[in-house]
Design a protein around this ligand. Structure first.
Ligand code: S3P
Length: 423
């Protein structure tokens, strides 16, 4: 069982953005409660390579902004090599910034990044006039961006993706007129919230985002709230292991991210929000979660998918402990995450004895089933590794993960925390 109270580590999405927007602002910026995970550190290292002074002190980061057009390659280098590691957020958002800056750079990453589609970003940036080349018509790394003059764009988003939306918003800051980005379903809006605080001219009209170019962004102090996507593992662990009660302090509760709370409530799970407040434009609160013995199945579809996309692997573990048939559909985006998360979740849960069926766009899980220990193939996907460490809490023999280093991508200190909470 899991019992105890803890302060949640910083949000990954917000941490990335805090470095990027500070780097292109004018003046001195301070970020507190920054997530020192490998993905966010990849963003730090890319901006340092572009001449940005970034100092790390404990959980704080101090960034001296170079201004909107001040990123600079070393004059002696014709093409700057930027390594994004495993980070989809780094590569996709950075392309929007590179598109507006007048130098050439090439983006590379690890094996998983090499398989993730980038045309969703390079296509609209090309429409804005950016010169981009790369493998398979700039769908895969390595991708070379030659930034410069950009036109405005009126763009209907073909996929629900905050990374794509953010890249276009960032490029729109540099464009020659007003841009409109039209979403079908609202994806996480941390870019809009934070860029407005930096002085960007961004308005929302329903699902449309209207961006006017600006000359400069201005420095900020940013507090990064806790990451609900990281909390998700502990939340599910507490819901399914008998006798659990955890209080998770400082959880980011932006409505574009809280789909998991709605799903848990639908499933009859015992979760309570305490002391809700707003910090730096983002909603924050504490979550009290208790073991819930009468969980029931649910259906998850496109109306909620973008609000819980990263939590689906651990929600699948939860569904194995809920009475009835849980259906997860319209989740084809899972196939192009750090691993093919439909397949990795279904294959590994099957190995553990779950009654689960793979769908083209999701999965069907029948509960409640007893889970058995197994060796889990993580594909070095941090969220798969953590999801199955949670399945281990209730399995009748031990779960073995083929890799645990990947957890440092988003949740450094995860196993220490889990050990502290395990009673
Ligand atoms: C993120 C957006 C989501 C999410 C990822 C972080 C972001 O990706 O899965 O972990 O910070 O904008 P998509 O934009 O591909 O949906």
């Amino acid at each position: 069982m899991l019992r105890g109270t803890f302060e949640l580590i910083g949000d990954k999405s917000i941490s990335h953005r805090s470095i990027m927007f500070s780097a292109i602002s004018k003046g001195n910026n301070k970020v507190s409660n920054f997530l020192m995970g490998q993905d966010c550190l990849s963003t730090v290292s890319c901006f340092r390579k572009m001449g940005v002074d970034i100092e790390i002190a404990g959980k704080d980061v101090f960034i001296t902004g170079k201004g909107l057009r001040g990123l600079k390659t070393n004059d002696n280098i014709d093409n700057l090599l930027l390594d994004v590691g495993n980070s989809g957020t780094t590569i996709r958002l950075i392309m929007g910034i590179l598109a507006g800056n007048d130098f050439e750079s090439t983006l590379i990453g690890d094996e998983s990044i090499g398989k993730r589609p980038m045309k969703r970003v390079t296509d609209p940036l090309r429409m804005m006039g950016c010169d981009i080349t790369g493998k398979d018509d700039a769908n895969f790394t390595p991708i070379t961006v030659r930034g410069g003059h950009l036109h405005s764009i009126d763009y209907k988003m073909p996929v629900a993706s905050a990374q794509v939306k953010s890249a276009i918003i960032l490029a729109s800051l540099y464009a020659d007129g007003q841009s409109i980005i039209r979403e079908k379903v609202k994806s996480r809006n941390h870019t809009e919230i934070m860029l407005k605080a930096f002085g960007a001219d961004i308005k929302e009209n329903g699902l449309d985002i209207i961006v006017n170019p600006v000359d400069e962004l201005f420095n900020q102090d940013i507090y990064v709230p806790g990451d609900i996507s990281s909390a998700a593992f502990i939340i599910v662990g507490a819901l399914i292991s008998e006798g659990s009660e955890v209080l998770i302090k400082n959880v980011g509760l932006n409505e574009t991210r809280t789909g998991i709370i709605d799903v848990i409530k639908n499933m009859n799970g015992n979760i309570e929000i305490i002391d809700e407040r707003v910090v730096g434009g983002e909603k924050v609160g504490d979550l009290l979660v208790r073991y819930s013995k009468d969980l029931t199945a649910t259906t998850i579809d496109k109306t909620i998918i973008p609000r819980l996309i990263d939590e689906i692997p651990v929600i699948a573990v939860l569904a194995t402990q809920a009475e009835g048939t849980t259906i997860i559909k319209d989740a084809q985006e899972l196939k192009v995450k750090e691993s093919n998360r439909i397949k990795t979740v279904v294959d590994n849960l099957k190995k553990m004895g779950a009654d689960i069926e793979e769908l083209e766009d999701g999965m069907i899980i029948k509960g409640k089933t007893r889970l058995h220990g197994a060796t889990i193939e993580t594909f070095k996907d941090h969220r798969i590794a953590m999801s199955f460490s949670i399945a281990d809490l209730i399995s009748d023999s031990r779960v073995m993960l083929d890799d645990t280093n990947c957890i440092n991508i988003s949740f450094p200190g995860y196993f220490n925390l889990l050990k502290d909470l395990t009673k």
